[in-house]
Design a protein. Structure first.
Length: 170
């Protein structure tokens, strides 16, 4: 249901897949209502899920192997924040896209994935040629990543001290 928060989002998705129903407002509204009322129920078997997992595992492995993996160390005085939803998928400008509805995903060329590992180090994964490296990042980059983390958390934002948390959410 989160994929279709409004009838307009559902209509846009139907259009994206060339479905003629997208042009009938009554049909879009009815299907939207049915989905959100629980009238539709989709039950997937364990075997279906296993088949799905195995059919995608090769593609996922290839995507992971094509990434550049960087362990970014904060310079003196910098400290990474994390949260209850710590993985960020960012655009090339190191900012979260306005919407996750098909714009940027883990395998999107140019997307940067960020996972704070501790106060001192953060894993930054980007499209590339499969390299693994370590590097230092300036305080401004640490702050930029922390601000994106602060926009992304659901319930808990975790930082070295309360003052940093307040600066990030303030």
């Amino acid at each position: 249901m989160a994929a279709f928060p409004s009838p307009e989002a559902q209509r846009d998705d139907l259009r994206r897949y060339g479905r003629p129903e997208a042009e009938d407002p009554e049909t879009v509204e009815r299907v939207f209502r049915d989905i959100h009322s629980g009238a539709y129920k989709l039950t997937l078997t364990k075997n279906h899920m296993l088949q799905h997992m195995f059919s995608h595992s090769q593609k996922i492995a290839e995507v992971l192997l094509r990434q550049d993996w960087t362990f970014a160390w904060a310079l003196q005085g910098g400290s990474f924040a994390t949260s209850d939803d710590p993985v960020l998928v960012l655009g090339p400008d190191l900012r979260a896209p306005s919407s996750y509805m098909g714009e940027v995903g883990f395998a999107t060329l140019g997307a940067t994935k960020v996972l704070p590992l501790s106060q001192d180090v953060c894993l930054i994964v980007g499209s590339g040629t499969h390299s693994i490296s370590h590097g230092r990042v300036e305080r401004e980059t640490v702050r930029l990543l922390n601000l994106e983390q602060a926009k992304h958390y659901e319930r808990w934002l975790i930082a070295r001290d309360e003052a940093l948390v307040r600066r990030l959410i303030g």
